[in-house]
Design a protein around this ligand. Structure first.
Ligand code: URA
Length: 429
């Protein structure tokens, strides 16, 4: 039991820019989890952290206290090494779907505890739930058995894992305190360290559609998380990747599953393939398997076999038709030329407003809703050609979705020189 402190004393310390002691941190996280520190007190402390920051020792202790608030999983009994990936969240970010079976097919087990979408960024579980029959909730025993037999699991994190973070994240969400780097880093890393993966690759998104809008803040988040992982004995690296443009050609649930299946079948958009392979290489290297080439495994069809096995193991039917939206609306190109900008936030908001995402945790999502875009920055477009197809079950949603796309893209005159930026911007290790 941590030494007793007083919540107001801890809040005042951080408000007045002092370092919190190990003992204060251990106590406040434990007492908040048990309900002895009230939500309004924790909200005040989170705001003080947002404004005044925490140093590396404080962040590391805070993360440790959140891990200690729940159970730790253990995959050491598996016959192969483990590696996981975490993305800080973006638009059209379906990479986990092809990546987990690909890495499994390369001989490394992937325990992916995923979340649902909130706001404009999509959630992996929401996407997979558009597959008929697929089930997100697995017991720890089921997860371990599937990791041994199939090599990949994507499922919901159980309530036992870092319960302090579950409570604190929900509170930050409604108190304007999500965007604090120490809080984001400790939130993500407490779950990943408690999950027990041997290696971890962080996909830290930067750009309009990401939490981190600037390269400097994305780098600071990446460096903070890599240090936390390494301090905990998890082989951790981060890639800083572009999220000013959405990934691939789709944002939504079923549409993103279809695009992922296209990648596993050897096709799919080039940027999705490139990022999937870049992250796979990092995961394999982290797990000590530099001898396997994920591009060869993808081309061989073995990743598709692993995908089907992974979906079937969770009661899904990988061959069933995916749900389709009842209504669609096409937006055409206003002029001929070159698409020079496609804003990730505009597309993410449109998909959300069409019903692909939720405003409150308890809201349902529409499996068929989303946005498909028919050109990416750098592509030539002709006046009148389809630029976007909006999909929803409720036609009354089109107006607000169209409003969010307004000003979200540029078509420059033909011949305008334009080179798209790189997807992988930097690497932090
Ligand atoms: N994802 C998390 O799990 N936690 C955060 O704080 C932000 C993104």
């Amino acid at each position: 039991m941590p030494t007793r402190h007083d919540a107001v004393e801890v809040i005042l310390a951080k408000r007045d820019r002092h370092e919190l002691t190990d003992s204060q941190i251990d106590w406040v996280i434990d007492a908040y989890t048990r309900g002895d520190v009230a939500d309004e007190q924790m909200a005040a402390l989170a705001m003080a952290v947002l404004l005044n920051g925490m140093n590396r020792r404080e962040i590391s202790r805070w993360t440790g206290a959140m891990i200690a608030s729940g159970e730790r999983m253990d995959f050491s009994s598996l016959s192969r090494p483990t590696a996981d990936k975490h993305s800080t969240g973006g638009v059209g970010d379906k990479i986990t779907l092809p990546l987990a079976p690909l890495v499994a097919a390369c001989g490394v087990a992937v325990p992916q505890l995923s979340g649902r979408g909130l706001g404009h960024t999509g959630g992996t579980l929401d996407k997979l739930e558009s597959i008929p029959g697929w089930r997100a909730a697995l017991s720890n025993e089921e997860m371990l058995a599937q990791l041994e037999s199939v090599g990949a699991v994507i499922c919901a994190a159980g309530d036992g894992l870092a319960p302090a973070d579950k409570k604190l994240y929900a509170l930050r969400d409604v108190t304007g305190t999500v965007e604090a780097i120490p809080l984001i880093a400790s939130s993500i890393m407490s779950k990943k360290i408690a999950e027990g993966t041997g290696a971890l690759v962080l996909d830290v998104k930067v750009g309009t559609g990401a939490f981190m809008k600037s390269l400097d803040s994305a780098r600071e988040l990446a460096e903070t998380m890599v240090a936390l992982g390494q301090d905990a004995g998890v082989h951790t690296v981060a890639l800083l990747t572009d999220m000013s443009t959405p990934l691939g050609l789709t944002a939504g649930n079923a549409v993103e599953v279809q695009e992922s299946v296209d990648v596993l079948a050897g096709g799919g958009p080039a940027d999705v393939v490139e990022l999937t392979l870049a992250l796979a290489r990092e995961m394999l290297a982290g797990a000590g398997r530099t001898d396997v080439d994920p591009a060869e495994v993808l081309a061989s069809g073995r990743a598709m076999d692993a995908w089907k096995a992974m979906i079937r193991a969770q009661d899904g039917d990988p061959d069933a038709a995916l749900p389709q939206a009842r209504e669609s609306h096409v937006v055409t190109a206003p002029s001929s030329g070159v698409l020079t900008r496609l804003d990730a936030m505009a597309v993410g908001l449109a998909a959300w407003r069409l019903g692909a995402g939720r405003a409150r945790k308890e809201d349902p999502v529409q499996a068929g809703a989303g946005v498909v875009w028919h050109a990416r920055p750098g592509d030539p477009v002709t006046a009148g050609q389809p630029l976007f197809t909006l999909l929803t079950d409720e036609a009354e949603r089109f107006d607000r979705a169209l409003a969010s796309l307004e000003g979200g893209y540029d078509v420059a005159p033909e011949g305008t020189p334009f080179t798209p930026g790189p997807i992988v911007i930097d690497r932090v290790s």
